[in-house]
Design a protein around this ligand. Structure first.
Ligand SMILES: Nc1ncnc2c1ncn2[C@@H]1O[C@H](COP(=O)(O)OP(=O)(O)O)[C@@H](O)[C@H]1O
Ligand SMILES: [Mg+2]
Length: 213
């Protein structure tokens, strides 16, 4: 890296989804394409945009995970914070990519980011007995400026607020359900495979054990 140049910690990936069958049926046209061998897309005739990563309509869930998320998971296990944020208009493919749909009914190949990351995280934990890991889960959706706690849908949106600390930094979300002890909720949401369910249960047992002592 050249001196004086800082690496930008935020990376932006764009994923183009294929036309849905109903869109094909209604004769909708593709309006965005990749520039081969670059990280650029063209919208319309000639508007070119460059990103850190671009994924075309034939990109797989595995590809997106391996390129964008896996490196973050590695640094996460080394103690760094990482955030993955899916952004886009309704219907653009956020839920599909993040893997937040009804995971139990999704095939292995179609699993998105969340089940893949959970699987790999628990794999890592099970291989590193000498390190004490504490895993907390929270799951939110920001929709029209409102927060929804996806682990506890009955929590009113009115009860969730993004709080500022005394320095004016925003970030803390009050009343958000989080934590390792709500596994029944987590399991219901994240039941991609028995393997992960099993890992979650093992972790729950370990925690109960710690609580008793
Ligand atoms: N990469 C993709 N490949 C195939 N189908 C996709 C892809 N991305 C999204 N879809 C489909 O497009 C529709 C809208 O996607 P969805 O993830 O629900 O959008 P969002 O969460 O952004 O509103 C869904 O039917 C979803 O299955
Ligand atoms: Mg969605």
């Amino acid at each position: 890296m050249e001196s004086g140049m800082e690496e930008i910690p935020v990376k932006v990936a764009v994923r183009i989804r294929p036309l849905l069958s109903k869109e094909v049926l209604h004769n909708h046209q593709v309006c965005v394409r990749l520039v081969p061998n670059t990280q650029q897309i063209i919208i319309g005739k000639d508007r070119v945009f460059t990103f850190d990563f671009v994924f075309g309509k034939n990109s797989t869930q595995e590809e997106v995970y391996t390129v964008c998320i896996k490196p973050l998971l590695v640094s996460l296990t080394e103690g760094y914070n990482a955030t993955v944020f899916a952004y886009g208009q309704t219907g653009s493919g956020k839920t599909y990519t993040i893997g937040g749909g009804h995971i139990a009914s999704v095939s292995e190949d179609e699993k998105g980011i969340i089940p893949r990351a959970i699987q790999e995280l628990f794999q890592h934990i099970s291989e590193n007995h000498d390190i004490d890991f504490h895993v907390k889960v929270s799951y939110i959706e920001v929709y029209k400026e409102e927060l929804r706690d996806l682990l506890e849908l009955e929590t009113s949106v009115k009860e969730l607020h993004i709080r500022e600390d005394e320095k004016g930094n925003t970030g803390r979300i009050s009343a958000l359900k989080s934590g390792v002890l709500d596994f029944s909720c987590v399991l219901k949401l994240f039941l991609p495979s028995l393997e992960i369910a099993y890992s979650l249960l093992i972790l729950e047992k370990k925690l109960n054990f710690q609580n008793i002592n």
